[in-house]
Design a protein. Structure first.
Length: 134
């Protein structure tokens, strides 16, 4: 989904819904009926970005935020615990950027913040989330 109600403002979003189950596994028949590895039932993401109009006093400045929400999923089976489940988590990020032209070259600098809420969770890859990053 991509929507621009006005030229300066953009909204994007996506959603994925899956209900995958193990139907056959000769190496581990006890897994039949379990959810697939690294395949959460729901993955939803949304973002918004505002860029000040050309000719305005703040031309070149933009800012935005986004979030991703994942429901639990089975974590990689090779770690020895075939039935470990990741956390449900919502990852929030934000950015501010300034772009300007000097001659023929476009320059920009910005600040990105990942994990704005400083949440701690286990991801699909069995990694602990990164702390808030600047």
């Amino acid at each position: 989904l991509d929507w621009r109600p006005v030229p300066e403002l953009t909204f994007t979003g996506s959603a994925q819904f899956a209900d995958g189950k193990v139907k056959k596994n000769p190496e581990a028949p006890e897994e039949i009926g379990f959810g697939l590895v690294s395949s959460p039932e729901k993955m939803i993401s949304a973002a918004a970005r505002y860029e000040f109009a050309k000719g305005s006093r703040l031309q070149g400045l933009s800012f935005g935020f986004g979030l991703s929400h994942n429901t639990p999923t089975r974590i990689r089976p090779e770690i020895g615990d075939r039935y470990r489940i990741s956390d449900t988590y919502t990852h929030v990020r934000a950015h501010v950027r300034y772009a300007f032209r000097r001659g023929e070259t476009l320059h920009s600098f910005g600040v990105n913040v990942e994990n704005v809420l400083d949440e701690e969770y286990t991801q699909e890859e069995n990694f602990l989330s990164e702390p808030r990053l600047w």
